[in-house]
Design a protein around this ligand. Sequence first.
Ligand code: ADP
Ligand code: ZN
Length: 613
Amino acid sequence: MDAALGLLRKYYGYSSFRPGQGEVIANAAAGRDTLVLMPTGGGKSLCYQIPALMLPGCAIVVSPLIALMIDQVTALRANGIPAVAIHSNQDERVNREYLYDASQGRVKLIYISPERLMIELENIVASVNVSLIAIDEAHCISQWGHDFRPVYTELSSLKSRLPDVPMMALTATADRLTRQDIAGALGLVDPFAWIGSFDRPNLSIQVFNDPGKAKRVQIISRLIERYHSDSGIVYCLSRKKTEDMHRALEQAGYRSVCYHAGMTPREREMAQRAFVNGDVQVVCATIAFGMGIDKSNIRWVVHNNIPGNIESYYQEIGRAGRDGMPAETILFYNYGDVIMRRQFVDDSGQPEINNEKLDFMQRYAEATVCRRRILLSYFSEESVTDCGNCDNCRNPREKFDGTVLAQKVLSAVIRVNAREGISMIIDILRASYRQDLVQRGYDRLKTYGVGRDLSSRAWHSYILQMIQLGLLEVAYDDNFHLRPTALGMRVVKGQQRIELAVFVDTAFAAKKPGAKGKAGAGYGAKGAGYGAAGGTLFSNDEKLMEVLKRVRKELADREKIAAYMVFHDSALADMVAKRPQDIVAFSQINGAGEKKTARYGEAFVNAIRNFKG
Ligand code: ADP
Ligand code: ZN
């Protein structure tokens, strides 16, 4: 340990390790496999750099982004550590020279992309004395991760090729499932795992529901003014939105730059430098911005559009306040953005898992409980108290002691051996006569019918809250079944009480058709178009109506019955107004009894979910 501390002082000028670093370094240097989970800025790089310095030979660092590699190598060299990066953006002769240097023992770390490593592997194994293999952004290997990269799966052969070399997997974002997946896929042997805390109490969290464009600019302006000598980031969904926001902020008199994939590498580098140097107050960026930026005085992060998953969101807001001082994060939530994201997801390689992640993100945006607790429980970190530093904590919804209610749900989940999803659990609680329920004998369970007093919508809300509070988890790898967590088990046993937010059924509040789809405001409405927003939305609803009529016609044709036998127009109109996203919500549609729900629900729900209006 003294040796490690000596190197820390020597090469980095730091006097002590951050939480986890010392433990990881000691284990890796002793030859053990390691798994490192630390939030962005937690200090992952040192975890492999110091063992690389301690061990004889040369460490291989697998990193997915050339820019990041160059960054790291530059920083290492600046600290006097002989490191090189092998990549396609530099002359092949240089690459060969570096590999030769490594074979001669003159290099301590080689940074390389996974693709390139697989090509060079035999060459490296033959000529280089490999001391350690570090896999950065290791979540990319997991199908359950939010950023799956097929080439990462090839890394699974490394362990068998170099069985005696300790391997380290590092990531800033991984839920429990992804973690297990990483260790398994890489073939880590009895790894020492460091799961750092993801809690960043200095970040305040706020979500604004559907603000218009002027309001957004106003909110951002206030942030800029409040932290006028520091800087912030506005994340936008697309290049165009980035440019729009940039222009609006410039017009408001602030120093702003854009950062997106449409700019040349040189323009991007200049933008990044202006930001890092503090020449601008704000950068309007797509998600590509910020990776590897080690700027500690970012005081605020705004999401102009909803991110596609919690992992990205948490990583992005995590760029604020790295120095531990108070920092503000704001998410502008707008349903239209979710629809747009859905489109991306449908085109992604793995729509099912990504849709689920987007659903979670949306539920987070709509949540009424402490947002930090949702985030922490997402990363399987237990928390039993509200944070006091999010909007829901500061303006709490009416709460009640939900312990007994939660116990009912949990005991139903336990009695079906955690082998059912949310809708079956609700049906058990409410004593439905669903055929598959009766077939499986659930009508004989003790919990059958104990929740008749509440509507399915209410149960749905409470179960979602339970997931968000970390009492239940959804098994993405097992048909989305519900499972109790350790915290949930304590609630069942009466060792822990739990508060829930009172369910308010907004769907039944009187609403004109067309008023529902708040999708439009601020979305695609080019500044002046607000007056026409109602009209736009209405035609949007009409479009959906047309889609639903087509679905109805297909079903009717298939069953050779009249369309109205499937559903009346009034039922379709109700679907347009409520836009049910799942079967439970669908079962609340006027005219959708159990039979029709079971027979037609899926077709309509799918159509509604896929509707890109
Ligand atoms: P990560 O890769 O986890 O996002 P980094 O490894 O880039 O984080 O570290 C973030 C910052 O913290 C860097 O500026 C790094 O030099 C600094 N840092 C890391 N470990 C220590 C330490 N023990 N003491 C002081 N600063 C540290
Ligand atoms: Zn909170």
